[in-house]
Design a binder for this molecule. Structure first.
Ligand code: GTP
Ligand code: MG
Length: 786
């Protein structure tokens, strides 16, 4: 009895201790969560060149200690490189225009400057740019002032001339000074393409700050950088999306056929539709307004497909405002269209920005962060909820913002009356607009029928459009539907085509390593910053260039892969890889001859392409690839485990891809070369490098001898012309067979090598993320039919 009592007492005591321990832990977790809540995560997103890093630098200058002398000096080679890059583009551009244009004479340099131009061009072609000396600066200045170069510069939108060009060309004497230290302005204007992710923490100096700290992430915006974004999307308080609105007449650096604003539109839409951003607020910076206001009076807005229904309204300042409002409205519409009913909690704030203008950025950040980014607008006033979007949209002008802050924070009766009146007007206009279906249809497009909160968004549009009609300022002539095909685009294509041909020739002389690593990502490293973002080739390349104090020349990436859906495939026809236009048979008849002769027809489950971007010119399509699997093997090896899992879930599971790699499934990767000049040794180098890293990762004990055998297969110097096919086939018994142009080069018996090889396409760091996903979807649908 006594022992029972003492046991109960002991139990009771340990219960108490346990409870107290649990309470302590819970308290600590609560405290830590509270502390964490104060750090709000902001991510800067947007296409390349949109100004993200400039904003990032501004934040560093404004809310951190800025740049120390070491960092300032670190910018000298970057700035000098910007000068040399500009010269090269101008030199080649003027040469080309002087040969192709009807008014070619105006692009012909004076004899004296022609000589200087040739000399400078040769310097720019060197692997290392020289230091910008006074003598060089003088020659560059003479070259820059040549009328033909000024004419070429005026065609900047076709030539990918960086925005910093004019500023640096006008400051050559200062930049070449022996004791030159870059100024704040120089650093803001300098252009370096971002690769990977950079992060800072800051606290803005707003009047209403309660110790909020922000963590700001800057990412690379060019296409091959975007697959790294996804790693940042968790727990984001607000997305700051930069759109360079001055770029409406420019084509993408990565793709000569794509208008920059169209790319931005698609990118913004994609970001808005990310499921993890359902409740995330958006701050949209309509950036490069300084360039926009100059350009819009010379180049009509409707050269851009997205703005083709734009009609200029007046002249001067009024026209600038008219054009800006039009662009802003397009973004607002896109936001509304891309905001699903269950996203009604989030808000959009739009700012007109010039990222180079420090005061403006400071004010913008103060305004944007004075109200916590993540607090939905509806929490401030119940009446506003239903109309939050319209009020918000109309509040984007800076005076309106001030009004709004004044009202929110002071809660003055007068302000409430003001908003009451505004709301009443809005309501009246909205009801009035309900009967005007003609206008509604024009403005709201296809969007008909929705759930309640979604309706609220659409109602917003009615109010908005009618407000505009009512005011008679904005939209009275905005929807006449002119189709303005930009004349400039034809010229761009012709020009770039020539450049590409030249570049392809030049490619022969590019360092083999650059080309080799462009062929497949080598997977030599993972980032160490804890973000687990793979550093792909481009990053490594850039990093190396930066270390060499030389700006990047070569960047690689995978193209937007075409989507092949098994159900839609016509088996009697070929499938086309959209970026390169290369065709792939939907069925591959692998006839293995010899001792273990077999016939293993495989089906196409994914395609993609690999490109290489060269700084001065455009993207060079290296090869397209098709991925094939043997369907019966898939059913046999994966069916039992995965048949009961829905198809849409399957392709998101990493173990599914790992099993696909591990199991003895016949599969093939077919590469089709799409540019001349690739050497077989480059292919070998690329694969060897990537395979070595992958072998180590997948099985550290793997016998590396197989790599040597694999490399020796490529000993003959086989020409690789456009259209040459290279097949890598894995047999179920673990053999990797290589064929070039239909001839078998050799086979290596190694399951590890096979696995490492296909890891390049469906492993953790694939050649192309979208293709991997497409392969996953199609293999899942094969399993669905087993
Ligand atoms: N005139 C002008 N130039 C700007 C503005 N914002 C950025 N720039 C310039 O545009 C160029 C590109 O800006 P970045 O900030 O590097 O662009 P990014 O979005 O970081 O580009 P990626 O790193 O490739 O994604 C730089 O030379 C900037 O100085 C602006 O508002 N006005
Ligand atoms: Mg950047």
């Amino acid at each position: 009895m006594g022992s029972l009592c003492s046991r109960e007492r002991r139990n009771h005591q340990s219960d108490v201790e346990e409870k107290s321990r649990t309470a302590k832990i819970e308290r600590r977790i609560e405290q830590e969560t509270k502390a964490e809540k104060h750090i709000q995560k902001l991510v800067l997103l947007g296409a390349g060149d949109s100004g993200k890093s400039t904003i990032f630098k501004q934040i560093k200058l404004l809310f951190q200690s800025g740049f120390d002398e070491e960092e300032l000096k670190g910018y000298i080679p970057i700035i000098h490189a910007n000068v040399f890059q500009t010269i090269k583009i101008l030199h080649d551009g003027s040469k080309d225009l002087s040969q192709t244009e009807a008014d070619s004479l105006k692009y012909v340099m004076s004899d004296q400057n022609k000589e200087i131009g040739e000399k400078l061009s040769e310097i720019c072609d060197r692997l290392e740019y020289p230091h910008l000396t006074k003598e060089l600066a003088q020659e560059i200045e003479a070259f820059w002032r040549d009328d033909s170069i000024q004419e070429t510069y005026s065609r900047g939108n076709e030539l990918q001339i960086p925005d910093c060009a004019h500023y640096f060309m006008e400051n050559l004497q200062r930049l070449s000074d022996r004791n030159y230290i870059p100024t704040k302005e120089d650093i803001l204007i300098a252009r370096v393409r971002t690769t990977g992710v950079t992060e800072i923490q800051f606290s803005p100096i707003g009047e209403n700050q309660k110790g909020e700290a922000y963590q700001l992430f800057d990412v690379g915006g060019q296409r091959n950088e975007r697959r790294k974004w996804i790693h940042l999307f968790d727990g984001v308080t607000a997305v700051i999306f930069c759109a360079a609105i001055s770029e409406y007449d420019q084509t993408l650096f990565e793709d000569d056929n794509k208008n920059r604003l169209m790319e931005t539109k698609e990118l913004f839409e994609w970001v808005l539709k990310q499921p993890c951003f359902k409740k995330t607020s958006f701050i949209l910076f309509l950036n490069k307004f300084d360039l926009f206001e100059k350009k819009v009076l010379k180049v009509p807005l409707n050269v851009c497909e997205w703005f083709k229904d734009y009609q200029p309204d007046s002249t001067g300042k009024q026209e600038i405002e008219h054009a800006y409002e039009f662009v802003k409205k397009k973004f607002e519409e896109l936001y509304i269209q891309s905001t699903a009913p269950d996203c009604s909690d989030r808000i959009l704030k739009i700012y007109r920005t010039t990222a180079l203008d420090q005061n403006l950025v400071k004010e913008t950040f103060k305004l944007a962060s004075d109200r916590p980014f993540n607090l939905p607008f509806k929490h401030f006033h119940p009446l506003i909820f239903r109309y939050s979007n319209i009020l918000w949209i109309d509040l984007n002008d800076r005076e309106w913002n001030l009004w709004w802050f004044w009202w929110v924070f002071n809660g003055s009766t007068c302000a409430t009356c003001f908003w009451g009146l505004a709301l009443t007007c809005a309501l009246l206009l909205w009801f009035a607009s309900g009967s005007n279906s003609h206008i509604n249809n024009k403005i709201s497009g296809d969007h008909i029928g929705s759930s309640s909160s979604c309706k609220a968004s659409r109602q917003v549009k009615h109010v908005y459009s009618n407000k505009c009609d009512f005011s008679g300022i904005f939209w009275k002539s905005g929807y006449k539907g002119i189709s303005a095909v930009p004349v400039a685009f034809g010229k761009i294509s012709r020009f770039t085509l020539k450049q590409l041909i030249k570049e392809a020739e030049r490619l022969q002389s590019l360092p083999v390593l650059s080309l080799a690593s462009a062929l497949v990502p080598p997977l030599t490293n993972f980032s160490s910053n804890g973000l687990a973002i793979p550093l792909e080739t481009a990053s490594l390349e850039t990093q190396r260039c930066m270390d060499d104090r030389r700006p990047c020349e070569v960047e690689t990436g995978c193209g937007p892969c075409g989507e092949i859906y098994l159900q839609n495939l016509d088996w009697s026809r070929n499938a086309v890889e959209p970026r390169t236009g290369i065709q792939f048979p939907t069925l591959l008849d692998n006839i293995i001859t010899g001792e273990n002769a077999s016939f293993t027809p495989e089906v196409l489950v994914g395609t993609g392409s690999r490109t290489m971007t060269i700084i001065r010119i455009k993207s060079l399509k290296l090869y397209a690839f098709g991925f094939y699997v043997h369907p019966s093997d898939v059913c046999e090896k994966l069916g039992p485990k995965y048949a009961c899992i829905p198809e849409y879930e399957l392709n998101k599971r990493q173990d599914f891809y790992q099993d696909l790699l591990r199991e003895d499934i016949n599969m093939t990767v077919r590469l089709v070369v799409s540019c001349n000049g690739i050497k077989i040794s480059a292919v070998r180098d690329a694969f060897e490098k990537s395979l070595r890293a992958r072998l180590i990762r997948t099985n550290p004990d793997a016998d590396h001898h197989c790599l040597h055998t694999f490399g020796s297969i490529f000993s003959q110097d086989i020409p690789l012309h456009v259209g040459t096919t290279i097949n890598f086939h894995r047999t179920a018994d673990g053999k990797l067979i290589t064929e070039v142009g239909g001839n078998q080069l050799g086979a290596v018996q190694s399951k590890d090598l096979c696995r490492a090889f296909f890891d390049m396409y469906i492993g953790d760091v694939p050649v192309c993320e979208q293709t991997k996903e497409e392969i996953g979807k199609n293999v899942a649908s094969i399993i669905g039919t087993c």
